[in-house]
Ligand binder design. Structure first.
Ligand code: ATR
Length: 281
């Protein structure tokens, strides 16, 4: 069988997902193709999805800005994707189109891979910065892992409150301003930056100051262009441990590939290759 896979989103011409999935196909000894299917916001989304569905795709990834919009065009939704309210992977199986979310599990797996000991003490204090789609998935994953305290800091408090509603009785969440987060930074074991602040070309921007950061903390940034954001750079200079965003990209892809092909391809040894690819652009 020859897999027909792809990616929808905008703009995606420079996406590294085709490279990642070609590597997976090769490593899994499978034949297939993963193509960029850019959908311009001016085009009819419905017509484009119809075209894709009529072109014998086995599945596709969905990225910004269509992770929510795609939901109405699917036959079924996996439970995690339904709770998170976003789909990044679509599988075509037995004539049905099913939506999944592998972003959250990709993030948790990448963090576990680099900092397994962090998952041994669920009493850690976690601060999530941002309350967009990415933050929602990451919060969901951390709650599933059973962490007791996950606070959320965001410019718009109302969005943070909506995310906090996903929590369960065992997780405590306080909502705070970005200013409050700055001043209470020393109390957190893990700080996760989930906004797009610091992304190329605005590489010197930081969502909050790290002046109060403790060196025992772990700092994570989901931005991966550049690989080392100013946020991570300054965290590292202050002696904190850091976790890079491109590793999430790799593991969400690993789970998507497994959903399409039932093959789990080891991805650990691809992190450095992906880093070089990203640095080369
Ligand atoms: P994604 O789906 O990639 O997470 P998103 O849903 O657009 O993207 O969310 C973007 C996040 O970045 C939000 O938390 C947003 O804050 P608001 O909820 O207040 O909009 C945050 N963000 C974007 N630009 C920002 C800025 N200039 N200052 C502070 N926060 C910003």
């Amino acid at each position: 069988m020859k897999y027909k896979l792809g990616l929808i989103g905008f703009p995606i011409k420079r996406s590294l997902s085709p490279w990642i999935h070609q590597q997976f196909l090769k490593r899994a000894d499978l034949e297939g193709d993963y193509s960029i299917q850019e959908i311009d916001p001016d085009d009819s989304f419905e017509e484009e999805i119809d075209r894709l569905k009529n072109s014998q795709f086995d599945g596709f990834n969905v990225t910004v800005p269509y992770k929510k919009r795609i939901i109405d065009f699917l036959d079924q939704l996996d439970e995690d994707a339904r709770t998170i309210g976003a789909v990044n992977t679509v599988v075509h199986r037995n004539g049905k189109w099913t939506g999944y979310n592998t972003d959250w599990t990709g993030y948790i797996t990448s963090l576990k891979h680099h900092y397994p000991s962090f998952f041994q003490k669920k009493v850690s204090n976690i601060l999530l910065i941002g309350a967009g789609g990415a933050a929602r998935g990451i919060y969901y994953g951390l709650v599933k892992e059973g962490f007791a305290r996950i606070d959320i800091a965001n410019r718009t408090q109302a969005s943070a409150e909506v995310i906090a509603g996903l929590g369960e009785k065992n997780t405590n969440t306080s909502i705070m301003t970005l200013e409050d987060a700055e001043s209470s930074l020393g109390g957190y074991d893990l700080i996760i930056q989930t906004t797009n602040i610091g992304m190329k070309p605005n590489v010197s921007d930081m969502i909050i100051s790290l002046d109060k950061l403790c060196e025992h903390s772990l700092v994570s940034d989901i931005v991966y262009q550049p690989i080392e954001t100013e946020f991570l750079h300054q965290a590292s200079q202050r002696g904190a441990s850091i976790h890079y965003g491109h590793t999430m990209l790799l593991y969400q892809a690993q789970y998507a590939f497994e959903l399409w092909t039932s093959k789990k391809v080891p991805a650990d040894n691809m992190e450095q290759q992906l880093q070089h690819k990203l640095e080369g652009r």
